[in-house]
Design a protein around this ligand. Structure first.
Ligand SMILES: [Mn+2]
Length: 380
């Protein structure tokens, strides 16, 4: 039987030892922050009086991570001061000679690496169903083996994989959206997807979830840096789920297509006003056109991005705006060229055959649009 209340902290995707080459000069800091975030998580485990912790895969970036780092991670897990149950993921699959055979795991009696696909007794009478990843890729649903008996006990699964469509480009370890319900689990703790996602079952009860990575890992990853506190009152009720904030860094990606002269100063003001620059990694990708006399604004923007943020870079794919209409003559003969020639004529304020409903500046903007489109499709 389940006691009055069971509290579980669910986390995943620590990816310790991540090289973070995409963070350039801040790579070292990014790696250090992953350890800090794990320490913050361990202190939340203690503060919330969790009964145990579930770590759902990809604790390590790969099997080649530094052994001192493995010891440090085991130390942090042990500092939770309650049992910790870990499954492997696609980054750190359970194979002979893997990171999981490191001696430091044997020094921490509360840290349990679940090596086999078999039910495990956890505190408070809970039964765990670990889905152990044994390869980088697998085409089968890792939860398929689970048939939890409806015996009044609380049954909780751990799995690492892709719930229908969260990662279209990476279809490995597919997990059905109704996996928890089908397996008879009260809760299925998931890892692999880096943002927190809760999945209600057919009755509207949340029975499976991704916790999100404890610290975001890449540009554009909005909303990670989380863990879940899952509280079970009774097996008949869905658990109460609270999202905890464990991460600190933000990976911001800004993509802009510039057309008008006012846009560069506006973007500068927007980025200058961002809060928390010292914990923000920023990637700015610019497309479109800029006038030659805007070169200076572009350089100030690059300076702001590089100088004031923890890490920043501007990827400029801007093209200089045309200074006259000669480029239209390089277009292949056909409708695009006809349109360009017409717009170019209409863009002249002195034009006499421009339709009354079209203003010269509208025609000029449309012409610029065509210029960018033509430049982007030009393989040169
Ligand atoms: Mn993964």
């Amino acid at each position: 039987m389940v006691g009055p209340m069971v509290r579980v902290i669910h986390t995943a995707d620590w990816q310790m030892g991540m090289r973070a080459v995409h963070a350039g000069s801040a790579a070292e800091r990014v790696r250090a922050e992953r350890l800090d975030a794990a320490e913050r998580l361990a202190s939340m485990v203690r503060a919330r009086g969790a009964d145990f912790v579930l770590v759902c895969g990809d604790t390590f970036e790969d099997h080649h991570v530094d052994r001192a780092l493995v010891s440090r991670v085991v130390e942090i897990l042990a500092s939770c001061r309650c049992p910790v149950y870990i499954i492997s993921g696609n980054h750190d699959p359970m194979v002979p000679g893997s990171v999981w055979s490191d001696a430091s795991f044997r020094t921490a009696p509360t840290v349990h690496v679940l090596r086999e696909q078999a039910p495990v007794e956890a505190p408070c009478g809970v039964v765990l169903w670990p889905c152990v990843a044994t390869a980088r890729h697998d085409e089968n649903d890792p939860t398929r083996w689970i048939v939890a008996p409806q015996d009044g006990r609380l049954h909780v699964g751990l799995a690492h994989g892709t719930v229908e469509s969260v990662h279209r480009e990476e279809p490995w370890y597919p997990i059905a959206r109704d996996a928890a319900e089908r397996a008879g689990l009260h809760y299925l703790a998931l890892g692999h997807f880096h943002l927190p996602v809760l999945y209600p079952d057919s009755a509207g009860r949340v029975r499976m979830a991704y916790s999100g990575t404890h610290e975001p890992t890449r540009f554009g990853e909005k909303g990670g840096g989380t863990a879940l506190l899952v509280t079970f009152d009774s097996p008949d009720k869905s658990p109460e789920i609270e999202q905890l904030q464990t991460g600190r860094l933000r990976w911001v990606q800004v993509e802009r297509t510039l057309r008008e002269r006012t846009e560069l100063p506006a973007l500068f003001a927007e980025l200058a006003a961002l809060e928390g620059k010292d914990t923000t990694l920023l990637r700015v990708r610019l497309e479109g056109v800029f006038a030659l006399d805007e070169q200076e604004s572009l350089e100030s923007l690059a300076e702001l991005v590089r100088g004031q943020f923890l890490y920043g870079r501007v990827e400029s794919h801007l093209r200089p705006a045309p200074t006259d209409a000669r480029w239209t003559e390089t277009l292949p003969v056909g409708p695009t060229r006809d349109a360009a020639l017409k717009l170019s004529r209409w863009a002249d304020p002195e034009c006499t055959d421009r339709p009354a409903e079209i203003q010269a500046d509208v025609a000029a903007r449309a012409l610029l649009e065509l210029y960018v489109m033509a430049a982007e499709t030009d393989p040169s």
